[in-house]
Design a protein around this ligand. Structure first.
Ligand code: NAD
Length: 479
């Protein structure tokens, strides 16, 4: 499988003819090559985007919207094919790709096709001075979108859809680890009638192609999702160029369980919020705090359920836990199990490499539950981004709030309780961008999405992201 860049509506080889191997996590085999693009490829993509911007930015909103709706339909028409590709490239169970990743990619385009027709700006009558001030919201021009490997098409389109809906043209780079569905998107854009150059997809390494996008002087905004360290690098490269930046970074999210919760619902959802997508979702609740009275019961029931999760080939419909995304990532996650044990954590289950018959070189591991007696350990403070959770009891609301807020991250939190007053107190006091009460990852695309502290800067979703992808201009008219 040869993946090419998609520039100006055409699939093209990288200029320097450099290629990177693409691995299948389920069996560890190389199954494709992707372009090792450089600044030269980014420049060609930028020129295509700049030239498309002239007509795309003035196309009536209804026309842009129709194209995005066609793209959403085409993604749905190709759901099986895209889901299989996503699963092959990432290692995630194909049933997850079919029910979450690909439907959401279609929804991203459909949502922003509608949202842009409802987007509005303010007008102020400046009373006493006989003037009217209004705000023009104009597209920025050419913008850069850089996305990670964990939810490949889902997060790639979460950026591209609002960017182009708002009238921008895009130079986008998916993760070099999961390029396949982004590659397939090019052909669907063409079928949907998206004019050439509106979306340009450049593949390759972050430090090379990604950095060239960030450092390009005329790409005026960067929307990035990925690791916190990468986010810091991007911020320092973009700052002297005065670019608009949206950074969606790592998380170490608390899952706080009070004894008065709806136990069955909490247990089932906690299983999902811990291990969905092999725990490789920035929103996974990897630190579980349980009120003392419920702790022993929870420990028994939770570990029992975790031990019953099916680890297997992503294509198997019975698989709950597929392969981790790469060999390096598997090693990193397994290292954390050792670190946790050295720091006094008690491994209650899992945490071992698993060999699946016939796929010996695949990157599988059993989901791990680690009991910790203090939150001051690396397993409880650092983002592991794999099928690993820590569990720890707490005595009071005050104590758990303090522990929950102590980490450097602030993306999301989950709270389980049926006490309304506690819900209000906790959700206001917790330091993060998203709070789920008695649920997890229930998404309404109109809501602001993002984190605080080391989890990022800015918000995606709804009108927030349409504001990000437009420049407000004040026009003052004296009459
Ligand atoms: P990563 O930071 O390694 O890579 C993300 C993307 O950035 C890739 O496309 C990569 O090629 C590119 N990149 C790397 N270095 C770059 C550079 N110097 N300049 C420009 N681009 C560069 O992240 P990852 O390992 O792909 O993804 C996992 C991380 O993403 C986790 O930390 C996870 O929490 C985070 N994440 C956050 C969210 C969120 O919404 N907050 C969502 C999903 C994942």
């Amino acid at each position: 499988m040869i993946i090419q860049n998609f520039i100006n509506g055409q699939y093209v080889d990288p200029i320097a003819d450099g290629w990177i191997d693409n691995y299948c996590p389920a069996d560890g085999e190389v199954y494709g090559k992707i372009p090792d693009s450089s600044a030269d490829d980014v420049e060609v993509a930028y020129i295509a985007a700049r030239s498309a911007f002239k007509s795309w930015s003035i196309l009536p909103v209804e026309e842009r919207s129709k194209i995005l709706l066609r793209l959403a339909d085409l993604i749905e028409d190709n759901l099986e094919r895209l889901a299989e590709a996503e699963s092959e490239d990432n290692g995630k169970p194909v049933k997850l790709a079919k029910t979450v990743d690909i439907p959401r990619a279609a929804q991203n385009f459909r949502f922003f096709a509608h949202a842009i027709t409802q987007f509005s700006s303010e007008s102020h009558e400046t009373v006493g001075l006989d003037a009217i001030n209004y705000t023009l919201r104009q597209p920025i021009g050419v913008v850069g979108c850089i996305s990670p490997w964990n939810l490949p098409l889902y997060l790639f389109t979460w950026k591209i859809a609002p960017a182009i809906a708002a009238g921008n043209c895009v130079v986008a780079k998916p993760s070099e680890i999961t390029p396949l569905t982004a590659h397939m998107l090019g052909e669907l854009c063409d079928k949907a009638g998206l004019p050439s150059g509106v979306l340009n997809i450049v593949h390759g390494y972050g430090h090379k192609a990604g950095q060239a996008i960030v450092e390009h002087p005329d790409i005026k905004a960067i929307s990035f999702t990925g690791g916190t360290q990468t986010g810091a690098k991007i911020a320092s490269a973009a700052a002297p160029l005065f670019k608009k930046l949206s950074l969606e970074l790592g998380g170490k999210n608390p899952n706080i369980i009070f004894a008065d919760c709806d136990y069955k619902n909490m247990l089932e959802t906690t299983l999902r919020s811990s291990f969905a997508n092999q725990g490789q979702i920035c929103l996974c609740g990897s630190r579980i705090f349980i009120e003392q009275d419920l702790y022993e019961q929870f420990k028994i029931d939770f570990v029992d359920r975790v031990e019953n999760l099916q680890i297997g080939h992503p294509n198997d419909e019975n698989t709950d836990i597929g392969a981790l995304v790469s060999s390096d990532h598997l090693d990193k996650v397994l290292d954390y199990i050792e670190i946790a044990k050295e720091e006094g954590g008690k491994l209650l289950c899992g945490g071992e490499r698993v060999i699946i018959k016939g796929f010996d070189q695949g990157y599988y591991m059993s989901p791990a539950v680690i009991e910790v007696s203090t939150d001051e350990c690396r397993a409880n403070r650092e983002e592991i981004f794999g099928p690993v959770v820590t569990i720890m009891p707490f005595k009071s609301e005050e104590e758990v709030l303090n522990i929950a807020n102590k980490v450097d991250y602030g993306l999301s939190a989950t709270i389980w309780t049926n006490d309304l007053n506690r819900t209000m107190r906790m959700s206001h006091a917790i330091h993060c961008g998203i709070v789920w009460v008695n649920t997890w990852m229930l998404r309404d695309l109109r809501t602001p999405f993002g984190g605080i502290k080391n989890s990022g800067v800015g918000r995606e979703g709804g009108f927030e992201v349409l504001r990000f992808f437009t420049e407000p201009k004040n026009v003052c008219i004296k009459y």
